[in-house]
Every structure is written in C-alpha cells, then in structure tokens.
Design a protein around this ligand. Structure first.
Ligand SMILES: [Zn+2]
Length: 236
C-alpha cells in the first residue's frame, strides 16, 4: 500500500436496475456524480416506459454518464438477442461528450473476446467515433486494446481488483494501455479483497497497488494519473 492514506475524493453512483430507477438523484459533494443505464442482465425488465424514464434521468444535472449498458453472456442465452436490441436502442440516448460505460462479460471466456468483438461491432455501427467510452472491468487482451483505441480514440480501459487474478495475456494488455487511457475502480460492493467482508471505494489503493506491480510504475503515480483521467473523462 502507499505509505500515506488514500483519500477517496470522488465517485460515481450507479443506477442500472430499471425496476428500481430513482425519481431524482441528488449529489451533495463535489467530485461525486451519478450514472444511469440498464444492466444487460436486466434486459427482460425494460419495457418502453422504462426507456422514457431513462431518457428523463439522463437529463438530470447530477447524471454524468450512461451506465451501465452492454452484453452479458453469463445470462441465459435466450436473452442475448434482446440484450443486443436494448443496447442498440439505448445507444440512441448517448452523446459523444457524455461517457458510455460498457459492461462485457462471458463466463466461458475470461478475456471476453467474442462478446467484446460483438460489442465493438454494435458500437461502431451505432455511435460516432468521437464518443467517450469507458470499458468497465476490462479483462481483455492486447489485440482488444488496440482495436478499441483504433475505432474509438476516446476509449478508456478500467481495471478492478480482478487484476490479482490476471493471466499473462491480460497483464500484457494492462501494460499496453496508454497512461492517458487507464482507469481503476473498486466496483463496490463487488470484488472484495480477500480479507474484507465487502468491497468499498476505500479499497481503491489496493487496486492501484496491484496495477502498479503489473505495469512497473509507482503506486502513487497510478493513483495520480488514473484520477486525472477520471476527471477528464467525467468532467468532474
Ligand atoms: Zn458491470
């Protein structure tokens, strides 16, 4: 861990369950904002009325991003087509300046190669290359880093505590991500550190430490440049 304590100076609250969309979202503290979206696993619970609710939530001043949306192949295969249809529909609400945070998961492939390629194809067909994109919980390979950056130069790659379990391909990808395109996240309450009963944003220093070991950088540097990247991406 860094010698000094790591202070959490900002964060994003996520509302991606259409069955529990809030009516209003207030953020009292500077540096904190909210994101709204539809988690792909919730695709079967997204009628047209919810699409309108999502559109209205995105107009709130406190909402700084469309999150999360994407494809999740851990959900039953019977929902995959619907997930894609909803992703395309929700992308209509995106704006280049407002980051889109993508969730891409596949139980059968830890690198998410096939689902990632499908996501990239859908994004390419439906949004401008100037779109700001945040690839959440990225676990891909060098080839994926290269193709996302070629297609979307404003693409950011975020890694979580899962970095502890990265294989050599994922570590190579993490080293390949340019400094100006790397983000870190705890995904609290998920991905708890081994000794903790739950994950909280306070564990961000541990994620930075793991990242610094793989990239051969100082942990303080990782914290500094990922924080600067987050501020640029979210304009907070
Ligand atoms: Zn996710």
């Amino acid at each position: 861990m860094p010698k000094g304590k790591v202070e959490v100076v900002g964060g994003i609250m996520i509302y991606c369950d259409p069955e529990n969309y809030p009516t209003n979202i207030k953020c009292q503290r500077k540096g904190f904002g909210a994101a709204v979206g539809i988690h792909p696993k919730k695709a079967p619970f997204f009628p047209h009325t919810k699409f309108e609710e999502l559109r209205n939530l995105l107009r709130l001043k406190t909402v700084v991003a469309l999150r999360e949306i994407g494809l999740d192949r851990c959900a039953p295969a019977s929902t995959w087509k619907l997930q894609e249809q909803i992703l395309v529909k929700v992308l209509q609400l995106s704006m280049p300046i407002c980051p889109v945070i993508l969730h891409m998961r596949d139980t059968a492939d830890q690198h998410c190669g096939e689902v990632g390629a499908r996501c990239l194809q859908i994004m390419k067909a439906n949004i401008a290359p100037t779109q700001r994109i945040h690839l959440h919980c990225f676990t891909g390979t060098v080839e994926q880093v290269v193709s996302w950056l070629e297609t979307f130069p404003k693409c950011y790659f975020e890694v979580t505590g899962l970095v502890r379990e990265f294989d050599c391909f994922q570590k190579a990808a993490l080293r390949r991500i340019p400094r100006g395109h790397l983000l870190i996240e705890t995904v609290a309450p998920y991905f708890r550190p081994l000794q903790a009963s739950a994950s909280t944003p306070a564990f961000i220093g541990k994620v930075a430490l793991e990242v610094s070991r793989v990239r051969g950088e100082k942990v303080e540097e990782v914290l500094e440049f990922t924080m600067a990247n987050t501020r640029i991406l979210y304009q907070m």
